[in-house]
Design a protein around this ligand. Structure first.
Ligand code: HEM
Length: 153
């Protein structure tokens, strides 16, 4: 695995991002924009599930927000992988990076299971509140772990 990560970090694309100020800044800024799309959209839905803005109908939110959040997550995965590739051997050893990936994985599995379990509109308000709260906790933790990577190692 070590050899594979070294190979990844030495690829021309990884090296060009690592050694170019504008290249790194562009990928990093796109990662942050992706997180803004993911977190901003999911927060809106989660707060609504938790009982805020009750006059806003849930159905149109459920039709649009999960798609926007999924696009943000997909973009964050692509740009996050590019950032990871610049120092793959170092990032892989950081506990905070491993924790962030575990939280993203758990948050994604949670969101998919909520989606596949059936229509949200038919669940009790207590269940909706719990779903909103758990989802906010997952994505806020991922955000904090992502920011903490810069202070680790
Ligand atoms: C699997 C997908 C992802 C990977 C592989 C990944 C990887 C990375 C890497 C390598 C960095 C650079 C760390 C550094 O040296 O400072 C980073 C930064 C960051 N990531 Fe991710 N990331 C992913 C998804 C996410 C998601 C979903 C979130 C938020 C919910 C997130 C939040 C952050 C934050 C806040 C930063 C710091 C940005 C900055 O201050 O420059 N990441 N990520």
């Amino acid at each position: 695995m070590e050899a594979g990560l070294e190979w990844l970090a030495e690829l021309p694309l990884s090296r060009s991002i690592r050694f170019s100020r504008w290249g790194y800044a562009t990928v990093n800024a796109t990662h942050i924009a992706s997180i803004a799309i993911l977190y901003g959209s999911i927060l809106l839905l989660d707060l609504r599930l938790m009982g805020m803005w009750k006059r806003v109908p849930l159905a149109p939110l459920l039709e649009t927000v999960p798609r926007l959040a999924a696009s943000g997550l997909a973009m964050a995965m692509v740009t996050g992988f590019l950032l990871f590739a610049t120092r793959a051997t170092e990032y892989v050893q950081l506990g905070i990076f491993q924790l962030k990936l575990a939280i993203i994985f758990a948050g994604t599995v949670f969101a998919l299971s909520v989606h596949w379990y059936g229509a949200l509109e038919q669940r009790s308000s207590a269940t909706l509140r719990t779903i909103g709260l758990v989802s906010i906790l997952f994505w806020t933790s991922a955000l904090i772990c992502g920011r903490l990577i810069a202070f680790a190692g």
